[in-house]
Ligand binder design. Sequence first.
Ligand code: ACO
Length: 194
Amino acid sequence: MDLKVLPLHQHIKYTQQCCDLINKEWKRSDTARLRSLECSCDNLPTCLILVQNDRVIGHLKLTPIPNRKHTCFIESVVIDDKMRGQGLGTHLMKWAEEHCRNNLNLNEIYLSTRGQEGFYRKLGYIECPPISIYGSFTINSTTSDKTSNNNTSIISDEVFCKSLTPNPPPLPQNLINQNSTKTYMKKPLTVIDN
Ligand code: ACO
């Protein structure tokens, strides 16, 4: 099976296919979606795509969390609806975790979900209190490269993060209410000794 996980920004020919895949699941304008996808870089945020026979069949996005070094937030995890239940979501998530641990030097991953808790539990994620992904960003990878977006405000798929305050503000009450139906989960990335 010709199955590859690729960083989208290194394979931009797949951007429109990736946009279509995500928008089929969560409708948003192509303009807004493409803007978010175009933020992908070697540092964070990074969009990873699952490609089979030149077709994008999966996506997830790794987003930095303000003032939480060595962590990231995984969002917009999606597998083509005709290809679910074959282990592809697991493959993409495990690849992403290895990338976070080995290339980005991260030690914890967070996410939120409505309804897919079982999938993440099988991958070792446990429930945790809600976290804020709002506020300013200190890029939390130790890597530095010319393609990183260090000086820009980062667009999360959950929210367009435009404020540049020194500390993340507390979660506004309306967002606490909105988020209360979500389950927040986390997974520590343990170092694997060879
Ligand atoms: N509840 C319980 N178990 C589940 C669920 C679920 N909702 N979904 C999958 N599983 C199980 C499978 O049965 C399988 O179990 P097994 O190992 O015992 O056979 C295991 O989890 C792995 O399943 P995969 O085949 O790897 O999962 P798949 O390729 O179908 O991808 C995904 C899962 C990404 C959730 C897919 O169903 C999807 O795209 N759903 C729609 C979009 C979505 O809701 N994405 C998650 C948003 S939350 C976020 O982005 C952080």
